[in-house]
Write a protein that binds this ligand. Structure first.
Ligand SMILES: NC(=O)c1ccc[n+]([C@@H]2O[C@H](COP(=O)([O-])OP(=O)(O)OC[C@H]3O[C@@H](n4cnc5c(N)ncnc54)[C@H](OP(=O)(O)O)[C@@H]3O)[C@@H](O)[C@H]2O)c1
Length: 351
């Protein structure tokens, strides 16, 4: 009989956590507990707990029953206006989670930590590329690094192991998330069409032609479980990306074709500013096409669009370590975008 596996997905309503739950559920091999403040709809295999992980007492009280947990998949996130301000809340949520579950879960085998290219300083400026897992750290503070340090220290002398997963920009279905590039592009293109304007790259001039890569949320979920379930992959980090590189000047025409739009030359602008007054346009689209009534705020990660489209330098990391150790799945990024747009249509989020 297969060993019983119980996963706690921390950040169950996130673009990463939500897609990880879908993957774990589809394998049929896991019992799953999802943690978020919002909670969620339970299924046969998934039970949601609404908890505020910033509150150590709430975490201790609500998570003390999780005695059967074998794997913790940590993908919660608290957004803040500056890089330095990200550290305290994001470290506190991880610490409160581990403090609440580790002492009661005698069969705990693994804690998986979701990180990103911020470990390499990708958000700060032109960093060394391709970034490798063995690259030296950059000037602190950096919440991903502090989280990993906490796990490494906490793991010493225990029976469980850890892994750290470093995706590029993650693309998959989710609503109401601060970092959701596929939705930014889908809604921007939809609004461009509604307003009768061609699709223009809104980022910095150099960003149109820099090399970049994406990480499909489904591929990421598979890689995360892969790294968490075999001893040889324990206690180390993995870059996880689709496996192909691209430049926006090549990608944008493919996206425009999907939405039946012309492409015009780039026009650098802040999406956060120019899309701020477009709520009535969105509400009009929802009414006209009978879409799911999704509030404009839930489809508006415009600041994240500005952030990603502002990278006028290459943002790439070497994903070969995971492939050398046996993770071979790859995703064609253009196809990934179109698949996500089709999914958004099928869910009646966009027309
Ligand atoms: N999205 C990307 O493109 C991307 C790329 C690379 C790396 N990453 C990294 O991956 C990690 C996860 O990112 P994400 O984009 O998936 O985040 P996200 O979509 O914002 O999801 C965050 C999750 O954390 C939960 N959460 C937030 N505060 C909480 C609290 N106080 N108590 C309990 N749950 C809480 C949220 O649910 P509630 O709001 O309901 O609480 C949500 O489920 C982050 O470290 C991020 O830096 C993301």
């Amino acid at each position: 009989m297969a060993k019983r596996r119980v996963a706690v997905v921390v950040g169950a309503r996130g673009v990463i956590g939500g897609n990880l739950i879908d993957h774990l559920e589809a394998t049929g091999e896991w019992e799953i507990v999802g943690l978020s403040r919002r909670g969620g709809v339970d299924t046969d295999r998934v039970r949601h707990i609404a908890v505020d992980l910033l509150d150590e007492h709430d975490a201790a009280e609500k998570l003390s029953e999780l005695r059967d947990v074998t794997h913790i998949f940590y993908a919660a996130y608290q957004d803040r206006p500056s890089w330095a301000e990200l550290v305290a809340p994001n470290v506190a949520m991880l610490v409160n989670t581990v403090n609440a579950i580790e002492p009661v879960a005698a069969g705990l085998e693994h804690i998986s930590l979701m990180q990103g290219y911020k470990v390499y300083g990708a958000h700060l400026g032109p960093f060394k590329t391709p970034a490798r897992e063995s690259d030296p750290p950059h000037m602190p503070p950096e919440f991903n690094v502090d989280q990993q340090q906490f796990l490494e220290d906490r793991q010493r002398g225990t029976r469980w192991t850890w892994s750290a997963i470093r995706p590029s920009v993650v693309c998959g279905f989710a609503l109401g998330n601060p970092m959701n590039l596929a939705l930014v592009i889908a809604v921007y293109a939809t609004m461009s069409k509604e307003l009768g304007v061609p699709l223009r790259f809104p980022g910095k001039p150099g960003a149109y032609t820099s090399l970049i890569e994406m990480t499909d949320a489904g591929l990421l979920a598979e890689a995360t479980v892969w790294a968490a379930t075999t001893p040889e992959r324990a206690n180390q980090a993995f870059n996880i990306n689709n496996g192909d590189l691209f430049r926006w000047d090549e990608m944008l025409p493919k996206i425009a074709e999907f939405f039946e739009l012309d492409v015009a030359p780039p026009l650098p602008m802040s999406m956060d500013v120019v899309m701020a007054d477009k709520e009535p346009v969105w509400n009009g689209l929802v009414a006209k096409h009978g879409l799911e009534p999704t509030p404009y705020s839930d489809v508006s990660s415009w600041a994240f669009g500005d952030f990603v489209f502002g990278w006028d330098y290459d943002v790439i990391a070497d994903g070969s370590k995971a492939r050398r150790l046996g993770f071979h799945r790859h995703v064609e990024t253009a196809q990934m975008f179109l698949d996500i747009f089709r999914d958004l249509r099928a869910r009646k989020i966009i027309p």
